[in-house]
Design a binder for this molecule. Structure first.
Ligand SMILES: [Cu+2]
Length: 164
């Protein structure tokens, strides 16, 4: 039979030291917080931003839990099958990633995902060309996706593109 190596006897006598206790409590609190943050990802989908069309104006929306998003496209009118610029301004929120999914509204045009680059001071920008639509002009949905760890906040906007 194997015998376990002799373990040296502990000489620590101050296990009730308040600093040790405080450290343990702090560590437990940290584990609780990290555990909470690593829960399965929660997607928050906001309703449409009413009365705002990105082909006519810049749009804005308040975000749940504070913060605000502003979004604008240029040039206007928004060209079909040619590149255009999209700009997002965020206040009170600093996501890890900002993406926009373009889909057809009432027409299946696939999904075109644009990943925006951070330009500082809460601004994110990118350029994209949407697929050609046989009908010439059509309404698109631009769903902004703000990634915060495992959580994604999505905010849908609408606009019309035209052959110029
Ligand atoms: Cu179409």
């Amino acid at each position: 039979m194997l015998s376990a190596p002799a373990r040296p006897r502990s000489t620590v006598k101050d296990s009730a030291n308040p600093w040790v206790v405080a450290t343990i409590i702090l560590a437990m609190a940290l584990v609780a917080v990290l555990g909470y943050r690593s829960l399965p990802k929660a997607d928050v989908a906001l309703p449409f931003v009413e009365n705002c069309r990105l082909d006519r104006q810049a749009c804005a929306s308040d975000l749940p839990g504070g913060g605000r998003i502003g979004i604008a496209i240029e040039p206007q009118p928004i060209p079909a099958a040619r590149p255009f610029n999209l700009r997002i301004d965020l206040a009170g929120i600093r996501p890890d990633r900002v993406e926009v999914d373009f889909t057809g509204a009432g027409m299946n045009m696939g999904v075109t995902r644009l990943r925006l680059e951070a330009a500082g001071n809460g601004r994110y920008a990118g350029q994209v060309t949407l697929p050609v639509c046989v009908t010439g002009s059509m309404v698109w949905q631009a769903t902004v996706r703000l990634g915060l760890g495992r959580k994604v906040i999505s905010i849908p906007f609408r606009f019309e593109s035209r052959h110029g």
